[in-house]
Design a protein around this ligand. Structure first.
Ligand SMILES: CC(C)(COP(=O)(O)OP(=O)(O)OC[C@H]1O[C@@H](n2cnc3c(N)ncnc32)[C@H](O)[C@@H]1OP(=O)(O)O)[C@@H](O)C(=O)NCCC(=O)NCCS
Length: 204
């Protein structure tokens, strides 16, 4: 049974950062068997998910982690706009990666729902993200209500990595409902933190 946990800013320890790095690496490399990205682009992309970097950006971001027993099988993150979004209520979704053996069973869809809920909770309703160009990924987002924007790229050193911009706007009802649910998230987190867990449970 898959369980979903909230990873709030500051809640990730070293071990979890390593596990996230491993999930992204394994998922990305398996998806890249067809050679969508060059070796140089893959290396550059994966360098962004080194454990020590994950621990640096995590203070500004929230995440949702999927566990099968004790094993991390997938993760996704959301951060408030910063340089990624011009709008006050803009959020940036990233790092949605599922281990290859766990794909196709609804984990990615659930993580996406939770990430939007976490975003709504902190006042975000216009989301953007950079989807990988692997086969099926854009359709995955489109079927879940996302629109497709321009082709965009990330630069890591002198390497350019192409992505497809995706965007999503929460409906007023969805936004309102998720903000009401935010009290559950807060309660859940503070109750658990007294027994010092690595992460808090996501709301159902
Ligand atoms: C894209 C991804 C996050 C979807 O997560 P998931 O748990 O496999 O998705 P779900 O089981 O909830 O939904 C499956 C849907 O995703 C689509 N999909 C896209 N890539 C897929 C893949 N590699 N394996 C299985 N399904 C995939 C399927 O076609 C399916 O479509 P459907 O809605 O018509 O059934 C996941 O497959 C993944 O990690 N892919 C590789 C890494 C990647 O590129 N991540 C996206 C970063 S922007």
């Amino acid at each position: 049974m898959v369980k979903y946990h909230l990873a709030l800013p500051g809640s990730l320890d070293e071990k979890l950062a390593e596990e996230i790095s491993g999930v992204v690496r394994e998922s990305f490399l398996a998806a890249n068997v067809g050679g969508t990205y060059t070796q140089q682009q893959s290396d550059a992309f994966l360098s962004l998910y080194r454990p020590e970097l994950i621990r640096q950006w995590i203070p500004q971001t929230g995440g949702v982690l999927a566990f099968e027993g004790q094993k991390l099988i997938g993760n996704g993150f959301v951060m408030a706009r910063q340089e990624h979004h011009e709008r006050e209520d803009g959020g940036f979704l990233y790092g949605l990666y599922i281990l290859p053996d766990s794909q196709g069973g609804g984990v990615g869809s659930s993580l996406l729902v939770y990430l939007l809920r976490v975003g709504n909770t902190i006042g975000l309703r216009n989301f953007k993200g950079k989807a990988t160009m692997f086969p099926g990924v854009l359709d995955f987002y489109k079927k879940r209500g996302f629109g497709k924007g321009e082709e965009v790229s990330s630069r890591v050193g002198d390497v350019t990595i192409p992505f497809l911009e995706i965007h999503y706007k929460s409906s007023p009802w969805q936004y309102a409902l998720n903000r009401i649910l935010s009290s559950t998230i807060t309660r859940c987190q503070s109750k658990k933190s007294s027994s010092s867990p690595r992460v808090a449970s996501a709301p159902e």
